[in-house]
Each structure stands twice: as C-alpha cells, then as structure tokens.
Design a protein around this ligand. Structure first.
Ligand code: F6R
Length: 362
C-alpha cells in the first residue's frame, strides 16, 4: 500500500521522521542506551571490523567516523565480497559487525560465517529480525525501519545510521571518552532529529527543482568531506541506481588529484557540506569548480548558504544541526534528489532495471 504516494520510495522517504522517532523510543530510556552490556562489552574490545554491501556499506563508512571520534575505537570497514575472499586475519579483541537491511545478502552472510570462531563477538545491525544474518549473530540489533519495499534503500539507511551512532555513543560512554554530560547533550540533539527530518521533507519543491535540472545531465559528481564523504557515495549510488545517470563520488580534497579534469558546464557537482570546521576548505573546492564553469548544487545549512556566495547554481538549505548528526539529516535531500531526478526521467523508481531488493546470490 503506497498510502497515497506515487511510489513506495516516496512513501519510505516520507516515513523517516516517524521510524526514526520509533527507533529512538525503542533504544533510549532517558540517557541509557538499551544495548545489553553482557552481550557487547566495549571495555573489552580493541577494534571493530565492519562489513556490508552497497548502501549498508556506506552506513558502515559513516559509522567509522563516529566510533573513532566519539569512542576512540579503531575501525576497519570492508565490502563483504572483498572481505570474504581476502580472508583477513582477525585478531583477539575484535568485534565483527555486519550491517544488512534484508539480513540475507549472500556475501555479507559468508563474511559473517568466516568470522565465526575468530572474532570475540559477532554483532549485526538488521531490519529483518528473523533473517539468517540476525539468527547467526551473537547479538542482532534491529533498526526498526519497518518493511522496505522500494529497491533503492532509503529509510533503512537512516535507521542503520541511527543504530550505529547509538552504538558508538554507548561505546564512548563505557570507554570513558565522552562524559555523561556530553552523552546527554548529544542524545538530546538526536531526539530533536525527527523534527529536522520533517523540515528537510518540507524542502521538497526546492529539491525537485534542482533534481529536474540535474536530470538533464549525463554525468554528475558528488563531493563531501569528513562525515559527509561516505554520504557523497550514497548520494551517487542512489542517483545512478534509479535515474541511470552516471554519478561518481569523491572526497572533496581528492578533486584536484584527478576528477577536476571532468569539470565543465555539463557536469553538475553536488556538494554536501554543513557549516562545520571543514566548511572553508569545501568553499575553496567549490570555487575551483565554478572557476572552470562547473555548476554547483550545494546542500548546506543557513550559515553555509550565507557564506557560500551568489555563484552557487542550486542551493538546498537544511536546518542547522550538530555536526555529528549531519550524515543522517543530509541523507534525506540526497534521496529526494535521486527520486525526483528519476521521476523526471520517467524510470521505474521502485523496480529499477537489473536490480533486486535482496541479493542472495553472489
Ligand atoms: C542500494 C541498495 C543496495 C543494498 C545492498 C545490501 O539502494 O539497496 O546497495 O544496500 O544490496 O543489501 P542488504 O542491506 O539487504 O544487505
């Protein structure tokens, strides 16, 4: 049931404020994060290895920033199809973490089985709680996204990010790298995020207008720095899988090491950059693009919009949020851009060609 929406993807994008609020209710009791310490004791862990495919892999890449920054925990992230055949050494003190919406992705399941008997603990972050990956884990943490039907993952991604952030905060708390006050303040901000998700959804017309222009391009670049770097990948994946527009993502700082050669007026550059400590560096990357006739679509906040100047081609302004929460919030405009570009191109949004919702074969 599409509940009045044209596509399941549109419905699932719009459900994000509600499912995030539900997930927060399920995981938070005051400042206590409901993840059983007896199943996962972060004081006894030396490192985390995270493995997944596709969108779930980009959620892991984002979470690496949180675990390292908040909990000072070393993290490795890998694509399941590479990890399983590389057969990497798993040292004592390792927790292996698998992220999967379906819980049935063949490569992720094989990677999990490889870690069995080697890692101290096998943890999964899943949407389908009865899935193989959930059943074969020592601890399976549900993301509470509800059923996701659109082949392009949307609400599962933000709900994966949410559980991974809660895990990182929990790790920071027990490892003593965040004070009780810092934890309380970050959780307060997180509780405010469903409201900001609604504000992001309210930008629909601006985003649709930008998406229609972008849908005319053959190639699109996505740029992000820091925690927005994995999200640039997710934005590019979403755009290519449903609109069939060729999209590539780069860390903003990599622009001058090659991809800048592609810039001309036919290649829109989508820059995801809240006004954080790295914003000035991103502004100078944007200037390099604009000086070569490139068209910049900037997704930022009010302070970023004020500083970016007049030459930006399309401006999408998000509410200001804590830097650490920006990857969750900025996922919405990335999804909405892809959605509207695909609708403008007339593609089959919920059933893109060649793709399956659950990849149970290699
Ligand atoms: C992209 C997408 C895929 C999946 C990937 C992993 O929109 O949906 O990239 O994220 O196939 O699937 P799960 O999470 O079920 O393991």
């Amino acid at each position: 049931d599409k509940a009045g929406y044209k596509h399941f993807m549109a419905k699932e994008i719009a459900e994000q404020p509600t499912v995030l609020a539900d997930a927060l209710t399920a995981y938070l009791a005051g400042d206590d994060i409901n993840i059983p310490t007896e199943s996962l004791d972060f004081t006894k862990i030396d490192r985390l290895t995270m493995v997944a495919c596709g969108t779930a892999y980009y959620a892991c890449l984002t979470a690496k920033y949180w675990f390292e920054k908040l909990a000072r925990l070393p993290v490795e992230v890998d694509i399941a199809s590479e990890f399983r055949y590389r057969e990497p050494p798993i040292l004592p003190g390792t927790v292996s973490l698998f992220v999967s919406q379906s819980g049935e992705t063949a490569d992720t399941l094989a990677a999990l089985r490889y870690c069995r008997g080697k890692a101290d603990r096998i943890v999964s972050v899943v949407n389908v709680e009865t899935s193989s990956i959930a059943r074969e884990s020592d601890l399976a943490l549900p993301i509470h996204a509800g059923v996701e039907i659109g082949v392009a993952s949307t609400k599962a991604f933000t709900c994966q990010l949410n559980v991974l952030l809660l895990l990182a905060i929990k790790a920071a708390k027990v490892r003593g790298t965040m004070s009780a006050d810092e934890v309380a303040s970050l959780l307060d901000q997180l509780r405010g995020l469903p409201g900001h998700f609604n504000a992001a959804l309210d930008r629909d017309q601006t985003i649709e207008k930008a998406a229609i222009r972008i849908s005319e391009a053959r190639d699109v670049l996505f740029l992000g720095r820091g925690m927005m770097y994995p999200l640039a990948y997710e934005g590019a994946l979403k755009l290519k899988e449903i609109s069939y527009i060729h999209a590539e993502a780069y860390a903003s700082g990599e622009l001058k090491h090659g991809p800048i050669a592609l810039i001309d007026k036919t290649v829109p550059v989508i820059v995801m950059a809240p006004h954080d400590a790295l914003f000035d560096k991103t502004v100078s990357n944007m200037q390099e693009v604009m000086a070569r006739g490139g068209k910049v679509c900037l997704i930022t906040d009010p302070a970023g919009a004020a500083e970016a100047g007049e030459d930006v081609w399309q401006m999408i302004t998000m509410p200001a949020v804590d830097d650490r929460l920006a990857p969750l919030l900025y996922a919405l405009p990335a999804q909405m851009l892809a959605y509207h570009a695909a609708v403008a191109k007339g593609t089959d949004v919920d059933q893109p060609r060649n793709l399956a919702k659950s990849v149970t074969v290699e």
